[in-house]
Design a protein around this ligand. Structure first.
Ligand SMILES: Cc1ncc(COP(=O)(O)O)c(C=O)c1O
Length: 442
């Protein structure tokens, strides 16, 4: 019987790791056993500077007392309450706190357990909203090349990262993609938003002309594409997308799973760029990564369209067992309080110029073909090794780890997104280590 098996502490074979080169990892494991502030502790006792806020999620840094305590207390008080037809105070408090933090039009919150689920939820709300208003012919969904919207079927259908799609069949039908906004020949080494590319939003007009606006439900984009390797919106691009979608009655969804919660120095990118979509998806920084949670923020106009019909009827046939889970809600509340009390979004905004200078100082190092930044996000694009794409960046990742620095790579791009509590000395430490990595790359 399985229960009689001896559990060997160092047996790595059972856990099939996500988005990981499993065989490579298991030959030379990289294990974190603790974390505090800006540093992870490895199994061999080293302190590794967290250059990626975990996976873009630990915006307040690690082991933050308020969050840890809130989780501890909540588990002891109310560990779980049914999410359907029952409530508990913390979920309502968190929804209200989110509404207060978000830009003005976002009045209502639907909770999920991850960014992927937030995306599925937003897409489903978009379809159901049109139907509720008598426009059920609007079923098409528009994403963008190189977009990342999680890994569920809706998300990979509107997403545009080739390897995330190609192995998984025919996906959702009725999906189109806008062109991505990466124009290295015109915009390389831009600081902040690039000058060129606003007109790429006009591709939406072509899609409208092809199918008819009356068939299109929503456009979903990351206001700043993160996972594909940090692609910034060209100046005027998001404004144009907003104008075209509004003119054709198409909903605009900003996927802010990365850009939410201070990454660009404001609560959400919608606020930073002053472009208001109809829905915002978020996750990650919502709970500082401590307990899984995601959310969809919607306007009154979206929410109120569902609030009709007999009052005993469920208005939206959608939800998760753990939507608004008490422990996740407690973590979320303590996280938002920590952001506010410590002025972490303001810290990110104040440090952004220093971050930008330190990042762009890497220009000229071997193989560096582009550098991009905004807020406390940075990307360094490396020239791929001919015939071996991704290998050079992966080498950089492994070497950085040996030098006690955690970075993230995607393709041949290094992406950086430290906790927002970082300071100038730690920015210097990060880029000092990274410069050594780059100088020593093959
Ligand atoms: C923009 C965006 N959307 C969705 C997701 C998926 O989030 P999760 O991994 O929590 O499902 C991510 C994750 O990186 C993301 O960056």
């Amino acid at each position: 019987m399985a229960s009689d098996r001896k559990v060997a502490p160092n047996d790595l074979s059972a856990f099939w790791m996500p988005f990981t080169a499993n065989r490579q990892f298991k030959k030379a494991p990289r294990m974190f056993v603790a974390a505090d502030g800006l540093y992870y502790t490895t199994a061999d006792g080293r302190q590794v500077l967290d250059g990626t806020a975990g996976l873009w999620c630990c915006n307040a840094g690690h082991n933050r007392p308020k969050i840890t305590e809130a989780v501890r207390a909540q588990v002891g008080q109310l560990d779980y309450a049914p999410a359907f037809q029952m409530g508990h105070p913390k979920a309502f408090e968190l929804a209200t706190a989110l509404r207060e933090m978000a830009p003005a039009p976002f009045e209502h919150v639907f909770f999920t357990n991850s960014g992927s689920e937030a995306v599925e939820t937003a897409l489903k709300i978009a379809l159901a909203w049109h139907r509720a208003r008598g426009e059920g012919s609007r079923t098409r969904l528009i994403g963008r090349e190189r977009g990342y919207h999680g890994v569920n079927f809706g998300g990979i259908s509107v997403g545009g990262i080739v390897n995330n799609r190609r192995f998984f069949g025919s996906l959702l039908t009725g999906v189109d993609h806008l062109p991505h906004t990466h124009l290295p020949e015109k915009n390389a080494f831009t600081r902040g938003q690039p000058e060129h590319g606003a007109e790429l939003a006009d591709a939406l007009e072509d899609i409208v002309a092809l199918h008819g606006a009356e068939t299109i439900a929503a456009v979903i984009v990351e206001p700043m594409a993160g996972s594909t390797g940090v692609l910034l919106p060209p100046k005027g691009y998001l404004e144009r997308l907003r104008e075209i979608t509004a003119r054709h009655g198409i909903l605009l969804i900003f996927d802010e799973v990365i850009t939410g919660f201070g990454r660009l120095g404001s609560s959400f990118a919608a606020e930073h760029f002053n472009v208001m979509p109809d829905m915002i998806t978020c996750a990650k920084g919502l709970t500082n990564g401590v307990i899984p949670m995601g959310a969809v923020l919607v306007t009154d106009a979206i929410h109120d369209a569902f609030m009709q019909g007999p009052e005993h009827m469920i208005e939206l046939f959608h939800g998760y067992t753990y939507s608004g889970n008490p422990v996740a809600s407690a973590a979320g509340l303590a996280t938002l309080e920590t952001y506010r009390e410590e002025g972490l979004f303001e810290n990110a905004a104040a440090l952004a110029p220093c971050w930008e200078d330190a990042l762009h100082a890497l220009k000229g190092l071997p193989h560096v073909i582009d550098i991009r930044n905004m807020g406390l996000i940075g990307a360094i694009e490396l020239e791929p090794i001919p015939g071996a794409p991704t290998k050079r960046a992966f080498q950089a990742f492994l070497d950085a780890y040996e030098r006690d620095l955690l970075i993230r790579t995607t393709g041949d791009i290094i992406a950086l997104s430290p906790p927002l509590m970082i300071d100038r000395p730690r920015i210097e430490e990060l880029f000092g280590k990274l410069a050594e990595v780059l100088k020593n790359l093959d």
